[in-house]
Each structure stands twice: as C-alpha cells, then as structure tokens.
Design a binder for this molecule. Structure first.
Ligand SMILES: [Zn+2]
Length: 189
C-alpha cells in the first residue's frame, strides 16, 4: 500500500476520518487533510498510414502487455510536451500532437489512480526503435488491435480512435500553444 503512515508536514500519525463526504487520511496532530489525487499522465496515439503505434511494456505493472506509449507528467510540464518527451524516450520518434482524443481516469498498481490525457499525433522525424519502458513496437490497423492491452484506458482510447475513424465524433482541435513558462509555486498548499 502506498498510503503514508505519517504526516509529511508535522510527522504526526495519519488516521482515517470521514471528511467532506468520503473517507480520507487526516493528521492526528495538525489536522491536515491528506487529499488523494489521480496522477496526471499524457499518452499519444501516433498514427501513420492509418495504423496506430503501440508498445509492448518492459516494466510492471502489466509487463509484456501492449500499451499506448506515454507516461507521468513532470511537475511543470504541459501534457502535450510530456507526450512528445515520452514517445521520444520509448520509441525514438519525434511526434507532433494533432488533436485531443480524450481524457480517461484509470487505476495504476494497487492503490493509485491516473488521469490520462490522450492525444492523436503524427510522426515528424526519427526511426522507430523500442527503448526505456518499451520492449517492442508495432503498428496496428483499427481492425487488428491486440487483445492483450495493459490498461482499461488503452481499450477506451483505442475504441474512441475507432469511433473517430468512423466519423462518430471529432477529436478536439488543439487551440493554443503551450506557453512553456510557469510561475514558481507559492507557499500555500
Ligand atoms: Zn500533521
């Protein structure tokens, strides 16, 4: 379990209490509520010739399963930049996000939740080669997707991609450039 046993602010022990309509961890000493949030992730469905790029995972959880490439955001990172960075690390391809496909909440491991921002993307440059968390790469047509996908959000996003290919909805255009600069966080929680 990844739940903290002690308050990171004062070191007091954490207890379960019913606060703001659900069970939460609360510090028994300073009273701080330890909110549990989903970890933000960005992924890209890289499309080339009507096929989508998937990676075979080289790490747990779901070692050996097929997955949409992506990963966890750094603190100050825009999801679109994260997708570009992660796909470059895992596949060697430099990509350009072209549209927002969808946003999916998922679980990760035993006790974590993820908030997954999925882009559609195209290849700008590079030769595909698996690296980092990926053991193998392959391009799949919509009708030949693998059955052994790692995460529920993989199924959801690939289903939405198929729906978009059939014209059932239009992925959202990316309307603004990532500013690339962020203020330093303040002192508040
Ligand atoms: Zn405390």
């Amino acid at each position: 379990m990844s739940r903290d046993a002690f308050c990171p602010r004062c070191g007091g022990s954490l207890v379960q209490r019913y606060v703001e309509k659900r069970e939460r961890q609360v510090c028994s000493r300073c009273g701080r509520i330890h909110y549990k949030n989903a970890r933000p992730c960005a992924c890209a469905l890289v499309i080339r010739g009507g096929r989508v790029l998937l990676v075979r995972r080289a790490i747990e959880p779901f070692y050996g399963y097929w997955d949409i490439p992506g990963g966890f955001l750094e603190a100050e990172e825009h999801p679109a930049d994260c997708a570009v960075r992660e796909i470059e690390e895992e596949t060697g391809l430099h990509i350009r996000p072209t549209a927002l496909l969808g946003i999916y909440v998922d679980t990760y491991g035993e006790d974590e939740y993820t908030l997954n921002v999925h882009y559609l993307a195209e290849v700008v440059s590079g030769e595909p080669r698996p690296a980092s968390d990926a053991a193998e790469l392959a391009w799949f047509a919509p009708h030949e997707l693998p059955a052994d996908l790692a995460f529920h959000s993989d199924y959801q996003a690939l289903e939405d991609w198929q729906r978009a290919m059939r014209g059932e909805f239009t992925p959202m255009a990316l309307t603004s450039e990532n500013p690339g600069e962020y203020p330093e966080p303040g002192g508040a929680d």
